[in-house]
Design a protein around this ligand. Structure first.
Ligand SMILES: [Zn+2]
Ligand SMILES: [Zn+2]
Length: 346
């Protein structure tokens, strides 16, 4: 079969590899869609400490069951499925407390296990053990289902930041994740959602799709001033930084209303993770700063439900559908910010 394999930083190849065989507790699927994200670009350029090459990349996976191991029950060939990306152990102190997104033993599809940029994929027994294989609801296509994984991460972020009815929400960064944040905030009852982005072309592309209450180009105006103006000086209830930018995180604190919540949704580069925080701003304004680390299996199931019910539409965010042999070009499209969501159809 054809697969996209990481060999070394800057060395990703589309090649013929043997079709995988499921073990007794595994399920083999025919991959129909595996969507790309910024992480794939990062891996292709810099590698990742959990990836021992060669490794099939891809973690936003949807497909259909073609074969089940002898010990597997409940799944049959032809079942349409979505696969979680982050696999919690289900047994440690955090997992037992229901905090599966911060499981210290977490493993991932496309990192510890072969990923979805391939014609076939083995879903490991560990995924089944934590309810990480989801049936795709009727009416939801494979491409949309593949977006359940990033939407699940966005859902985790907004739960932690307690986005709710009546909130004014700022989303910084207008990539696919930023667009999903805008849509989910609306589904959760936000009063107004403002979108901030440095790149004018990217902002216009995203704003045309998700219609924020204001689209603010950070290269043309001061986003802090703009948000204060739009909120009569009060600031926003929630600010979500969906960009790998320390400056954006520092600005987020300046935009926050009293008792505001700030989500550092996007991580910072490993070699530059320090920002400065006015501690008194946090103290007197009673601010909450939260992080976000992937999603739990339950978040994935809920994300599929949000897509199926139309609460969070995603099909129009999929701007590019490419065959597997164009996967390397797809990473380029993602890296240059020319697309919202690029999905691969192996
Ligand atoms: Zn991703
Ligand atoms: Zn665990």
């Amino acid at each position: 079969m054809k697969a996209v394999r990481f060999h070394a930083p800057g060395d990703v190849r589309i090649e013929d590899v043997p079709e995988p065989t499921p073990g007794p507790g595994d399920v083999k699927i025919r991959v129909r869609n595996c969507s790309t994200c910024g992480t794939d670009v990062k891996i292709s350029k810099f590698g990742h400490h959990h990836i021992h090459p060669p490794r099939v990349m891809g973690h936003e996976i949807a497909g259909e069951v073609v074969e089940t191991g002898a010990e597997v029950t409940g799944w049959t060939p032809g079942d349409r499925v979505q696969v979680i990306a982050a696999i919690p152990c289900g047994k440690c102190a955090e997992c037992r407390r229901g905090r599966m997104t911060v499981c210290p033993n977490q493993e991932s599809m496309g990192y510890h296990y072969e990923g979805g940029f391939a014609q076939y994929l083995v879903v490991p027994a560990k995924v089944l053990a934590v309810d990480g294989l989801n049936r795709i609801p009727e009416g939801v296509g494979f491409a949309e289902a593949s977006v359940a994984e990033p939407l699940a991460c966005v859902l985790n972020g907004q739960e932690l930041a307690r986005v709710g009815p009546g909130d004014d929400v700022v989303v910084v960064g207008s990539g696919p994740i930023g667009c999903l944040h805008v849509r989910l905030a609306r589904a959760r009852g936000a009063a107004r959602v403002f979108l901030v982005e440095l790149n004018r072309a990217r902002l216009d592309l995203a704003a045309g799709l998700v219609n924020p209450d204001a689209a603010i180009c950070g290269a043309e105006v001061d986003p802090v001033d703009e948000i204060l103006k739009l909120t009569d000086g009060r600031g926003a209830d929630v600010i979500i930084t969906a960009a790998a930018s320390g400056a954006a995180q520092e600005q987020a604190l300046q935009m926050a209303a009293r008792q505001g919540r700030i989500s550092f949704f996007g991580g910072l580069p490993k070699d530059n993770p320090i920002i400065s925080v006015d501690s008194n701003l946090v103290h007197y304004r009673e601010l909450t700063i939260v992080g976000a680390n992937g999603s739990s299996p339950a978040h994935n199931a809920e994300a599929l439900r949000l897509i199926a019910t139309g609460s969070v539409p995603v099909s129009d965010l999929i701007t590019h559908r490419l065959p597997l042999d164009q996967a390397i070009d797809a990473f380029g499209v993602v890296a240059r910010g020319e697309a919202i969501k690029v999905t691969i159809e192996p």
